[in-house]
Design a protein around this ligand. Structure first.
Ligand code: MG
Length: 159
């Protein structure tokens, strides 16, 4: 069995009055992410981890923000396309681990829903998808509520 590991990182700025999509879930908040897509920074980092494992570039390369095709798109669709791409090369997702840094709102009530949604899109069990959230103790751009930062790791397996 072959295994590959990948990591991904993404940041999006917050702005008042936009919908907040994170980990495939709509989070109740007065702030949302500035983006060409729906701004789901957690899914973007996850996609980059999956692509990175196979050295397939990044989502900005696959789905350019200059293309009207991807404007406002549900990032779950992008994740589905990335999983299909890696599956076309004989790989499947073993597990994924995501860390979200956001000052507010608190994400704890939404973590299990995010894991379930992401697991369903990737076609893997919920216990193979970890989502963790932290504040940055009011330090830095995350702590000032200016943006959200996400790191993701993923393991791919090929029987
Ligand atoms: Mg992004």
């Amino acid at each position: 069995m072959d295994i590959r590991i990948g990591n991904g990182y993404d940041v999006h700025a917050l702005a008042e009055g936009l919908p907040m999509w994170l980990g495939g879930v709509r989070i109740p908040s007065e702030y949302g992410f500035v983006a060409h897509s729906d701004g789901d920074v957690a899914i973007h980092a996850l996609c980059d981890a999956l692509l990175g494992a196979l050295a397939l570039g990044d989502i900005g390369h696959l789905f350019p923000d200059t293309s009207p095709e991807w404007k406002g798109i549900d990032s779950k669709i992008l994740l589905g396309k990335v999983v299909a791409l890696i599956a076309s090369q004989g790989w499947r997702v073993g597990n994924a681990d995501i860390t979200i840094a956001l000052q507010r709102p608190k994400l704890a009530p939404h973590i299990l829903t995010m894991r379930s949604v992401l697991a369903e899109v990737m076609g893997i069990p919920v216990d193979a998808v970890s989502v963790k959230a932290t504040t940055t103790e009011r330090l830095g751009f995350v702590g000032r509520g200016e943006g959200c930062e996400v790191w993701a790791s993923a393991l791919l397996v090929r029987p």
